[in-house]
Design a protein around this ligand. Sequence first.
Ligand code: A2P
Length: 288
Amino acid sequence: MGPTNGVASIGQPAGTTIMNQISRIDSAIPLDARHPDAQTVTAVKHFTDRLFSFRVTRPKSLRFRSGEFAMIGLDQPGGKPLLRAYSIASPSWDDELEFYSIKVPDGPLTSKLQTIEPGDDVIVRPKPTGTLVLDALLPGKRLWLIATGTGIAPFGSLIRDPELYQRFDEVILTHTCRTLPELDYGASLVANLADDPLVGADAWGRLRYYPTTTRQESRYTGRITDLLKSGKAFADLGVAQLGREDRVMICGSMALNLEVKAICEAAGLAEGSNASPGGYVLEKAFVG
Ligand code: A2P
């Protein structure tokens, strides 16, 4: 038998058969080779037919600042992994990572990602980044965290960061969704803060939550943009209109981001970045 393929011909020592050689090479390359950035899903929770959260093991080398996002996704046999930016919703001290996602029926990634179960693999690139971080904001007294839909995710991490309460006296978290069930994920993040051993005492009375719905009547009905422009949000919360002393973090759709950006600039705030801290920062929530 001649060397019919490259594998069998590699440095075959005298006296070994080709079959011996192949089996030794095969045992060194597992047939089901795992992607080097694969992490294991530990929990999945579906909130509505459009929204779910999941937790994965954390890469040992992964460090992040609250508010940052990572590239995550699924390996595709025979192809390049399908990756998207996802804000990390869990606190930076957590052994696991939590993400909050929309389900897009024909979305290339989320149509598949929504079917994951504990034990499955999800790829997590261990280099988070982003501008929705405390370092990108100048000091201030009151911080507004303005989210729509899955844009609440990075704030899940930030509201559990003790530094948030060292830097700001008051934090107002607004979340606008279509319906009340879509607010559940954010509402449970806020409710669980009371029992948080690290920030529970700091958050008490200083973190204020302003949930609004647009397609179902609720205590606060309407888009946050309209509620800010009409002044109703300020009246409901009993605080002054947005001003130069306030700081704002924005996370939602592109349209939301642009509208709140304009509101911030009209209030005299300038956009901040990691290199040059400012009055407000924004990040586009993952959408498809
Ligand atoms: P609406 O119901 O009026 O579209 P989605 O689920 O589509 O991601 O939207 C999440 C929430 O964000 C919805 O309540 C939606 O309101 C609201 N929203 C969408 N675009 C804007 C915008 N430009 N400004 C404020 N809120 C917005």
